[in-house]
Design a protein around this ligand. Structure first.
Ligand SMILES: O=C(O)/C(S)=C/c1c[nH]c2cc(Br)ccc12
Ligand SMILES: [Ca+2]
Length: 176
């Protein structure tokens, strides 16, 4: 039942081609965002939406440049889960969280990183005040989760290491 409802939403956004483009994703995410004033964000840029689609492509191994139902459902459920974590740390409704809260939020999202990675995330996603706004927060977690999934997809024997030629490496890093 809930799945049918979701399929209907997807169909409405995707249109007859049954695939969601970056522009369609931007429209639907920003429409939802306007209903959540406490997120205090201007919404996702087209560039962030392109990146989210590429990351779903990479982690679902189907480079279509658009979201099919499976990819959209995964992304939608992840954003829904992660926005809840963001709201928990955005108690003052400032619309951003600091690097210490980010470390806890990343942990709450189920990721176990090392100090160097937390610093890298702050450097890459925080603003000059060392705070991370909602869209940066979501963009960071979408990338983190997609890169974990892509590694697991490459690590067939599960030994924790992967072998990539330079061109395979470039395909991954240039697209995602
Ligand atoms: O506050 C809630 O109960 C829900 S269901 C929030 C959201 C559920 N999906 C979302 C996507 C974006 Br973008 C922003 C907020 C939400
Ligand atoms: Ca795709």
């Amino acid at each position: 039942e809930e799945d049918q409802q979701f399929r209907t939403i997807f169909q409405e956004i995707a249109g007859d081609d049954m695939e969601i483009t970056a522009n369609e994703l931007k429209n639907v995410l920003n429409r939802v965002i306007t209903k959540h004033k406490e997120l205090n964000t201007k919404g996702f840029s087209l560039e962030s939406c392109r990146s989210m689609i590429a990351l779903m492509d990479v982690s679902f191994m189907d480079g279509t440049g658009r979201l099919n139902l499976q990819e959209f459902r995964h992304l939608w459920n992840k954003i829904k889960q992660w926005q809840g974590i963001f709201k928990h740390y955005n108690a003052d409704q400032s619309g951003s969280i600091n690097s210490y809260e980010m470390r806890n939020a990343v942990n709450d999202a189920g990721f176990r990183l090392n100090n160097q990675l937390y610093d890298i995330i702050t450097m890459r996603y925080a603003n000059e005040g060392m705070n991370i706004d909602f869209d940066s927060f979501i963009s960071c977690l979408v990338r983190l989760e997609a890169m974990f999934r892509a590694f697991q997809a490459f690590d067939q024997d599960g030994d924790g290491t992967i072998r990539l030629s330079v061109l395979e490496w470039l395909q991954l890093t240039m697209y995602a």
